[in-house]
Design a protein around this ligand. Structure first.
Ligand code: ATP
Ligand code: MG
Ligand code: FE
Length: 336
């Protein structure tokens, strides 16, 4: 089964051809980062317009790289939520148009299910059940992947997402947008033990997260330095903040590993490309004899190969979307 995947939920216009869910024949990503950097974050209206300008070319390039035409495609998979309404609508409309014109089945895909499915691409042997930590720009979910398309959410963030915290702290220390990769890089020159930032306590599930307290602690620290006219060591602040995030992510994940006796554990989403998190998770899993999975960085951040992979497992279950498929900005994992 050859699936054309389309993704446009935020600021990447992406298309990919994926065969049988795991064999990526092409993976085209047109990022708008340079445009949104000017504004310090994603401007939804600009993002929508750029998606409109680029989506056709991106799809054509994906087919060309895969050495296929639309006649070789068996189904179209597209992200229909969660994400920004305007950007999502562009992808959904493009996918519908292609499916209608070529009389192909249409499969609406949950963006976070896509992030999780990125793990199938490079690990042909990985099958559910496994534990998964999804850490992205808008989500921080600790999930039990029971089966393809079947998830139990064990914990999630009560406020900011992990990626959002990276982006906000990066802005506060003058690193600019997008913050995650910049904090990752500059942290390598910093001392992660230089400043102790308190970890957020949460009511609710012991697997829930909170990052807004940590963000405030960083802002307070910066203000204090400013008032005392002390110089701020950006690499130390970045490294100490990053350590606080990684520590809480790993400790929650490992508590779940122990309670649920996971033999396999995966990470997913943009923050899963963070080098400190990858390293710490790998070590923690190794110590417990748990197989650890993580996508290559290019498959962690938004892409359409992961959408093609997720669409395949939906397709196999007989899931089809009809022409009423609409963008759903706040679609929840496990919902259709
Ligand atoms: P969602 O998937 O929740 O809808 P999104 O699609 O905007 O949100 P992703 O593309 O999955 O998010 O990830 C982007 C986020 O990942 C940004 O917040 C970015 O700062 C963060 N990120 C990317 N690379 C790194 C890194 N190396 N270290 C930490 N964070 C990173
Ligand atoms: Mg993005
Ligand atoms: Fe994403």
């Amino acid at each position: 089964i050859r699936i054309l995947g389309i993704e446009s939920s935020c600021d990447e216009t992406a298309a990919a051809v994926v065969v049988n869910g795991r064999d990526v024949r092409s993976n085209i990503i047109s990022s708008q980062i340079d445009i949104h950097t000017l504004y310090g974050g994603v401007v939804p209206e600009i993002a929508s317009r750029k998606h409109i300008e680029r989506v056709s070319q991106v799809v054509e390039k994906a087919l060309e790289d895969a050495q296929m035409t639309l006649d070789d495609i068996d189904a179209v998979g597209v992200t229909y939520g969660p994400g920004l309404i305007g950007p999502l609508l562009v992808g959904v409309s493009a996918a519908k148009a292609i499916a209608w014109a070529k009389d192909l089945p249409l499969v609406g895909v949950h963006h976070i299910e896509g992030h999780i499915s990125a793990n199938y691409i490079e690990n042909k042997e990985l099958e559910p059940p496994f534990g998964c930590l999804i850490v992205s720009g808008g989500h921080t979910h600790l999930v039990l992947v029971k089966d393809y398309g079947e998830y139990e959410i064990l914990g999630k963030t009560c406020d900011d997402a992990a990626g959002e915290a990276f982006d906000k702290v990066a802005r506060a220390i003058g690193l600019g947008y997008p913050g995650g990769p910049k904090i990752d890089k500059v942290s390598r020159e910093g001392d992660a033990d230089a400043i102790v930032f308190p970890q957020g306590k949460v009511r609710g599930s012991e697997y829930d997260f909170s990052f807004s307290g940590l963000k405030s602690a960083v802002l307070n620290y910066l203000n204090e330095c400013h008032m005392k006219r002390e110089e701020i060591c950006v690499p130390d602040v970045a490294a100490s903040f990053q350590k606080a995030v990684v520590d809480v992510l790993v400790s929650h994940a490992m508590r779940a590993v122990e309670e649920f006796h996971f033999r396999k554990f995966a990470i997913a989403g943009g923050v899963a490309s963070n080098s400190a998190l990858r390293h710490a998770m790998e070590q923690a899993c190794q110590e417990r004899g748990v197989a650890f999975y993580r996508p290559s960085p290019i498959l962690c951040t938004d892409n359409a190969a992961m959408i093609g992979a997720a669409a395949y497992y939906d397709y196999r279950k007989g899931i089809r979307s009809d022409w009423s498929l609409n963008a759903i900005p706040n679609l929840r994992l496990g919902e259709r």
